[in-house]
Structure formats: C-alpha cells, structure tokens
Design a binder for this molecule. Structure first.
Ligand code: GLC
Length: 515
C-alpha cells in the first residue's frame, strides 16, 4: 500500500494564530476553512493541526482537558469534520496532535486524582509521591508540585501539565481510544507530542545533573517506548484506505541531544516517522550541515521509518531571525533581517530538495521574522513566566499570520485585537503583498513545492554543500564568503537570490537542471 507520507510536504497550523473566522482575535476552524484555497495553491499534501482540544490554554493547548472534543474558541467537532471533508476536496490530508505525556490539570481524571486519597487508583493514573526528587521542568523550575494534602505530582512541563503514569495499563488503554476516535473521523495521521517522554524509570531516581536535556534519562527515551509505538503502528495499519489511498501515519516529536539518541526508533514496524530536528539545530555552516544531512540519511537507511526535515515549528526561533544574528537574539534590533531572509530562502531550497518528507510551519513560507519585542505583559508562553524572563519563550514565532493590508491586524481577524500582538512593519510580508510579487518568499515556496526533485541523493564533489537527485537535478548552496561558479548545467530551475553570469552569490541556493 502506498506510503504517501514518505515524501509529503506537510503544513503545520498553529490554530490560535493561523486565521480567525469569528472576529475574536484567536484563530479557529472557520478561519482555516476560508484559507484552504491558499493551502491548496501552496501545494501541500497535508496539514498538521497543533492542539485545538478543550484546554485552559496554559501551554497553547498542549495542556489538554478533553482529548476527544474541540475547544469552543476554535469551533465544534462539526467544524472539524467540515474542515476535514473540505480539505479532502482539495486533496489535502489532515493530521492531528496527540499529547500523551501529560494532560491539563483541568482534565477530569486529574481533578478526580486530586480529590482522591493518596494511594488511590485515581492517583495512580498520574505520578504522585510523598516527596519530590531533583528532576527539573523543561520549562524551568522543579518538575514537582505539592498538593494540599502534602503529596507531590510530577510534571515535566508546566505545573498545570501533570504527567500520565504510563506504567498503569489504564493509560495506554485510554490513549488507544483517543487514537481511534480521531482515526475513525478520517484523519490521515497523528503528530505525537513529546514522543520520547511517556514512560519514566519506576524508581524515579535523583540524577547527578538535573539540567533539562533531551538525552536518554530516567524520563526520556525509555526502552519501553519502542514496543509501545509498535502497538500504535499496528492500530494505524489496521485502518483500511478511505478517501485517500495508502496507510494512516504518525510522526513522533523525538528530541535528542545527538542523532544517535534517535536510533532505537528506526526499526521495522516502529512509529512511521520520527521528526529530524537536527537541520535547524545546526549552525549556518556548510561542513556542519553536510555532517547533519549525512548522519540523518544514514539514520533512516534500511528501516521503514522516515525522518522528515524541519527548519521551523512553533517551538523554535523563526529561521530569518535565527540565521540573521550571530547569537540567539533577544530583541528585534539584534537581527539583520536582510541577511536572515537571504539565508532562510536558501534553507528553504535545501529543505525542499532533500530526499523524503518536509514539514513547513505557518509563516515560514512568508519569511516572517521572530517578533522578539513583544511587551512582557502580552507574553503568554509559560517558559517566559517559569524562567522569570531569563528565556523569552516561543511567543515570537506564534504571532498571528499577516494576510493582507498594511497595519495590524493585517487581515488576520475582522476584529481589532489579536490574542498576541503583531509588530508594525509587516505590510510587505502579508500573503496579499507576496502573491503580487514573483520574487517573494511565498512565490519561492510555491515553486519549490511544485517542483520538488525525486531520485537518488548523492553529494556533488567540488562544492561545500551541493548534491544531486537522480541523473539531472542538482541543488547547490553557497554558505562561503565568496561567490562560486555554478556547475555545468542546462538551466536554472529556481534560485533563492539573483544569479548573474552563472555565479552563485553568498548565502544563496539554486536548483539546476544538469546537462
Ligand atoms: C512539545 C510541544 C510544545 C509543548 C510541549 C509540552 O514540545 O511541541 O509546544 O510546549 O510539548 O506539551
């Protein structure tokens, strides 16, 4: 059966910030439905929705209070079904986000656990102990919070996100129902949040260095995960074809400090896809990128698991700002937007020429910079709060999308205010403005998605960062300080900047048809 997801382009929608259909300043399904033609013209194969479930939105919806419904701020289940059907009409599949490591403290099961006695079955759905250990939350501060009766519960993230106890069989049983609920509604796949979490060392040992990291630890990359995801793969594979040909899929959010940390997941019958975050963790340096790409390709070789490429998502600084500053910037003034934009456009041609699937995060195709100067009072990310501002958090990449016009709210909403403020000066970055400009970043993404190469990947010798796909396609990047002459070619298919006299300028990428 076809494995459509092996080379798909998937567009990530962060629902609060994609498009608002009811004028309240927060995105929703009605807004997304109205923008489906935009996604169809962009040429994506699928959309992945970050969580839209009932939630206090303490962590943007990754704090789920009910896994099988839609938060009224985003619409209704009927609106979701309408979107899925309409998307299918455009040939676009829908992927939903499953959050199995933790829920919201507002989830009825956690409320019941708080109301129940220490040692009760209700508490055993979570990780309650009489005393905390020294684990730290990934969002800053301790990973334990005390309840009024003196017990403590574990939360790897915010205190409003208690971790489920995956050693209790009731938890996997519940999640199986959640998976089936969405698969039965016709979703093509699942994105699995914190896929390297879930199981914890039952001893809950203190660790020598509690600084949060993504390496194997008593809370991440536990050996139980591999067999566990094989059971999810079996569920996916048990679904027959529906309106779309091929199998359902899942993509795991597996972070690692090193590529080798992901090796255990690349086994036959494992979760079909494991995100490869190493491309955006790699500096703008040809040798480093070559190394990452070679290691990433080797990781998936000989396994039926694929590792989609990513240069941005809702958790990391937008490429323009990342590539446009020598060190992680903390204010807009520190970013050279022209430089960052040049590099981000080159990175886009790299992303879309590599073999396999690619995920594009909303606004990446517009070349939006991070909005770093969000006033403190408007910041929403718990990372900012829990670190007392030491970490700015992720609000800057979650700013509502500019669709049209020259001033806020840039066509995002019929209302006046947006849930997070937008910066001034984004008039030239709106969808409307970029559709009218054949040299825009949006135009580049549309052409690149339409013209993605196929065929065997091979490095092209003689260049810092160049490769071929099949017999007659080459992608060449110039990350060096000097312009470089292009290899012999029949034609230039696409370029991220202006090419004259067959010379590739600095920080530019090109797709070539070879002779
Ligand atoms: C994942 C999500 C992130 C969220 C975290 C906790 O990393 O991508 O946005 O904050 O999980 O759920």
């Amino acid at each position: 059966m076809t494995q459509w997801w092996r080379d798909a382009v998937v567009y990530q929608i962060y629902p609060r910030s994609f498009a608002d259909g009811n004028g309240d300043g927060t995105g929703d399904f009605a807004g997304a439905l109205a923008r489906l033609p935009y996604l169809a013209e962009l040429g994506v194969d699928a959309v992945w929705f970050s969580p839209f479930y009932p939630s206090p939105l303490a962590d943007g919806g990754y704090d789920v209070a009910d896994y099988c419904d839609v938060d009224p701020r985003f619409g209704t289940l009927a609106d979701f079904d309408t979107f899925v059907a309409a998307a299918a009409g455009h040939g676009i599949r829908v992927i939903v986000d499953i959050v199995p490591n933790h829920c919201s403290s507002a989830h009825p099961a956690f409320q019941a656990a708080l109301a129940a006695e220490p040692g009760s079955p209700e508490r055993d759905l979570f990780i309650f102990r009489d005393a905390p250990n020294n684990w730290q939350s990934l969002f800053g501060g301790p990973a334990w919070t005390q309840t009024p009766d003196g017990q403590w519960y574990l939360h790897l993230f915010d205190s409003s996100q208690p971790d489920w106890n995956w050693a209790n069989p009731a938890v996997p049983a519940m999640f199986e129902k959640v998976l089936r609920f969405w698969l039965d509604r016709g979703v093509a796949g699942l994105r699995v949040d914190v896929a390297h979490g879930l199981f914890k060392d039952p001893e809950l040992p203190d660790v020598p260095d509690p600084t949060p990291s993504d390496r194997p630890s008593p809370w991440f990359h536990r050996p139980e995960l591999v067999a566990h995801y094989a059971t999810w793969r079996a569920i996916l594979d048990s679904y027959p074809e529906d309106v779309f040909p091929g199998r359902r899929t899942a993509v795991g959010e597996f972070w690692g400090d090193e590529i080798t940390h992901l090796e255990p997941y690349f086994i036959p019958g494992g979760m079909p896809q494991a995100f490869n975050f190493f491309l955006f963790q790699t500096a703008w340096d040809a040798a480093a990128l070559r190394h990452t790409i070679t290691a990433s390709i080797a990781l998936a070789e000989g396994s039926d698991v694929v590792a989609p490429w990513v240069i941005s998502n809702h958790d990391v600084m937008r490429p323009v700002s990342r590539y446009g500053a020598p060190a992680p910037a903390r204010s807009d003034a520190e970013v050279d937007v022209a430089l960052g934009t040049r590099r981000a456009r080159a990175a886009a041609l790299l992303l879309l020429a590599l073999p396999g699937s690619a995920y594009v995060y909303q606004g990446e195709e517009l070349g939006l910079p991070e909005f770093l100067d969000i006033p403190a009072a408007d910041r929403d990310d718990p990372v900012y709060r829990r670190s007392q501002g030491a970490r700015l958090g992720r609000d800057g990449c979650r700013v509502p999308i500019p669709w049209s016009g020259t001033a806020q709210p840039y066509g995002f909403t019929e209302g006046t205010a947006t849930w997070l403020p937008q910066p001034s000066g984004w008039g030239s970055l709106t969808v409307e403005a970029q559709l009218a400009d054949p040299s825009s970043t949006l135009a580049l993404y549309r052409e690149a998605i339409a013209g993605r190469p196929a065929g065997e990947f091979a490095w092209l010798d003689g260049y810092d960062l160049a490769f071929t796909r099949g017999e007659d396609f080459a992608c060449v990047l110039n990350l060096g300080a000097e312009p470089v002459p292009l290899p012999a070619h029949e034609s230039v298919l696409l370029a991220s900047g202006t090419i004259t006299d067959d010379v590739l300028p600095q920080d530019t990428a090109v797709w070539l048809r070879l002779r």
